[in-house]
Design a protein around this ligand. Structure first.
Ligand SMILES: [Zn+2]
Length: 402
């Protein structure tokens, strides 16, 4: 039976840390543990956690797994009990997910969440507040959160996810109060192995997809399973040879942005449907007796919450998908440079290696480097909130001029 940590791919150190935390937390709440009110500290357990790592490394997967392990009736994150199930489904009464508005989290919202998280856990274990995009906190919201982390109620645990511990992502004061769990880009062999064993994907396809996805687990799975995902990747890698004039540059920009949008929809649609089905099942079990009207009002609120969370995840998924497309494209220009310098490294994209060789014969090293820089500049511009279409069009023109 796979436990809640089984989906954390290629992260043995992080999993070991989280298992220890789960055991320490279980000792605190369990019958054999210290009396109520004991501070969860020392060996393994702490009040505030910061999960860092590149997109696709599994930050939110790790945070959810720890949340589930904290609510697990067996204290391990068994993956089979109702505490584990409801936490992973987003319906556990003592686990709150922060709902960002757009891409940032408002201070009012954060205060309300912190207040609710300060209450006693209804299930007798822990109150968990999970912030998936803590790098999107406004300064005021961050301060509201910091106050709670500085004086945590005894049974409240904060789980924050950010790309890195850089001050741009998380304030130094919050970081200093958290225990950091660094996740790395999982190695291709680990990704291939999980695709083969967990998802039943043929060995050869699994290896190809893991390499092509460059360490992004969810993307590797989509590439292996979904022919349209493979087509979208091929379209991105066809960009360099499509740039034959100004008009073609604008066409290529549109194609890239549309491919990223389609990729984002594919990334969230499955999870959205599963979450909704889980929530509806949980609410449907509510019965029709006294208090049913109140339960239905509550249900409508929960559905609205879920829809808001899903919308903001879709926005984030679009940005991530565009970034992945740009990383793919940068990989191609890096391959061209590697050919030019006869560097003894494997190509990022084995399947477009012949194209990279053709380009290397035509372009100068400086021209290739300028193209690579244009892609990286586009990534930075999008990250700095330049409208994606404008940034991508500027990049395409730079790639065409060389
Ligand atoms: Zn469990």
């Amino acid at each position: 039976m796979a436990d809640v940590f089984a989906n954390l791919v290629g992260q043995p150190e992080a999993v070991a840390t989280l298992r220890r935390a789960a055991a320490a937390a279980a000792a605190i709440v369990g019958p054999a543990g210290p009396a109520d009110g004991t501070e969860p500290s020392g060996a393994g357990m702490t009040h505030a956690w910061l999960f860092t790592g590149p997109p696709g490394s599994g930050r939110s997967v790790a945070a959810r797994a720890l949340a589930a392990a904290l609510q697990c009736e067996n204290g391990t994150g068994c993956g089979a009990c109702s505490g584990c199930h409801t936490t992973l489904a987003g319906t556990h009464a003592d686990v709150r997910f922060v709902v960002p508005e757009g891409l940032s989290i408002s201070v009012g919202e954060m205060r309300a969440l912190v207040l609710r998280a300060a209450g006693a856990p209804t299930g007798g274990r822990w109150q968990v507040l999970l912030v998936e995009d803590a790098d999107r906190l406004t300064e005021a919201a961050g301060n509201a959160l910091l106050k709670a982390i500085e004086e945590p109620p005894p049974r409240t645990v904060f789980l924050l996810c950010t790309p890195s511990t850089h001050p741009d992502d998380i304030s130094v004061t919050i970081r200093s109060r958290c225990r950091t769990v660094p996740l790395r880009q999982p190695p291709p062999e680990a990704v291939a192995s999980v695709l083969a064993t967990r998802d039943g994907i043929a060995e050869e396809t699994a290896h190809w997809a893991a390499a092509a996805a460059q360490g992004h687990v969810g993307r590797a799975r989509r590439l292996a399973r979904d022919p349209q995902a493979r087509e979208r990747r091929a379209a991105v890698l066809a960009v360099p040879r499509r740039l034959t004039g100004v008009g073609a540059c604008f066409d290529a920009a549109s194609a890239l942005i549309e491919a990223a949008e389609a990729e984002a929809v594919a990334a969230v649609v499955e999870m959205d449907a599963r979450e909704r089905a889980d929530l509806e099942t949980a609410l449907g079990a509510g019965g029709t007796g006294r208090g049913a009207a109140g339960a239905i009002r509550g249900a409508a609120g929960q559905l609205k919450d879920l829809e808001r969370r899903q919308r903001s995840r879709a926005t984030r998924a679009q940005r991530d998908a565009l970034d992945r497309a740009l990383v793919d494209l940068a990989g191609f220009y890096r391959d061209v440079l590697a050919v030019k310098f006869s560097a003894p490294v494997l190509p990022v994209h084995a399947d477009t290696a012949p194209m990279a060789e053709t380009a290397a014969a035509r372009w100068t090293a400086e021209g290739t480097l300028r193209r690579l820089e244009a892609v990286l500049a586009c990534r930075q511009a999008v990250e700095a909130n330049v409208k994606p279409r404008i940034a991508v069009e500027a990049m395409m023109l730079a790639l065409w001029r060389g």
